[in-house]
Design a protein around this ligand. Structure first.
Ligand SMILES: C[S@@+](CC[C@H](N)C(=O)[O-])C[C@H]1O[C@@H](n2cnc3c(N)ncnc32)[C@H](O)[C@@H]1O
Length: 297
């Protein structure tokens, strides 16, 4: 690419040539999925759908398009995740805006969405009142709200994350009541006590000492406040288990995403509270324990 720049021969960079060159470039920098990464970033630089690249293989790039694509390449080589470069991430059945203030929604998290949608589908009577704590982009609550009837509430400590969640809700035309604050604090008023049928959370659950060892895509770019769950990773999960009985209706359900090795500890913690029944650990698509669910007795 440099040779072409140096000779000012930029008009020879067609889509097909650039895809081939950038794929090799990503390969040489050990970037995952080099071809699809090239396609996603080039289509984003050109404001095209990915499929359209294939219909315009011989189209030359304008200087400004080439310059934008080069900036994207540089950002990805410096480990910035593709979703932060494009500002979007697909999850469940929709595309969500993401920003530096939000965690990028993970495919593993579709497990909790699937469980809650199935549960709500089984409860055929009145509209359910559903709360998500630590909503980030809103991917969980909005995916559920798009598929189910109910009254939906969500909160986050981060105003920046809530701004993105609200933008996603507006674009999807989904009504969710958003609150800013720490875990249950925004819901301390009378009207919320023992009022929710379902409470869901994917809180930070990575042990503090493990954060430095995570991939740079995660520990250099994703918000620490979305990752760090304290010494054993269980601080926020335990806090939510402690407080949820105040806000759940009798027979209400609590669903918590957790690390694959945290199921036994959470089950034991919830059991010794003596107010929950049906405490279960649910596996994700890859067969890893991913969600703990429990019913308020
Ligand atoms: C692991 S991320 C999950 C984000 C999103 N629900 C998802 O699954 O993609 C945890 C979220 O909890 C939020 N959070 C962290 N501490 C919090 C607190 N004390 N109260 C409320 N939200 C908190 C973070 O800002 C972040 O959005």
């Amino acid at each position: 690419m440099q040779n072409h720049d140096n000779t000012n021969n930029i008009d020879t960079w067609t889509i097909v040539k650039l895809l081939s060159w950038s794929t090799s470039y990503f390969e040489s920098h050990k970037i995952d999925s080099p071809r699809s990464t090239s396609e996603i970033l080039l289509s984003h630089a050109l404001g095209l759908k990915r499929i359209d690249l294939y219909l315009r293989f011989d189209q030359p790039l304008a200087a400004n398009e080439l310059s934008l694509f080069k900036q994207f390449l540089k950002r990805r080589i410096e480990n910035e995740p593709v979703a932060y470069i494009t500002g979007k991430k697909g999850f469940w059945s929709h595309e969500f805006h993401v920003s530096k203030d939000t965690l990028i929604p993970r495919p593993d998290t579709e497990c909790i969405v699937e469980e809650v949608i199935e549960y709500i589908g089984r409860i055929k009577n009145e509209k359910q009142k559903i709360l998500e704590l630590g909503t980030g982009t809103g991917a969980i609550i909005l995916s559920i709200a798009a598929d189910c009837k109910g009254d939906f509430y969500a909160s986050d400590l981060s105003k920046g994350a809530l701004d993105i969640a609200k933008k996603n809700a507006n674009e999807l035309g989904i009504n969710v009541n958003f609150f800013e604050g720490s875990w249950f604090e925004p819901f301390e008023g009378e009207s919320f006590l023992n009022s929710f049928d379902v409470i869901i959370s994917n809180p930070p659950y990575i042990p503090t000492g493990d954060i430095n060892g995570l991939a740079p895509e995660i520990n250099k770019f994703e918000p620490l406040s979305a990752l760090d769950g304290g010494d054993d990773g269980l601080d926020d999960l335990k806090h939510i288990i402690d407080k949820a009985p105040l806000y759940l209706k009798k027979k209400g359900q609590l669903y918590l995403e957790m690390g694959f090795d945290q199921g036994d500890a959470l089950k034991e913690y919830a059991t010794q509270k003596k107010c929950f029944s049906d405490i279960s650990v649910i596996k994700d698509f890859g067969g890893n324990p991913r969600v703990t669910s429990m019913t308020l007795s």
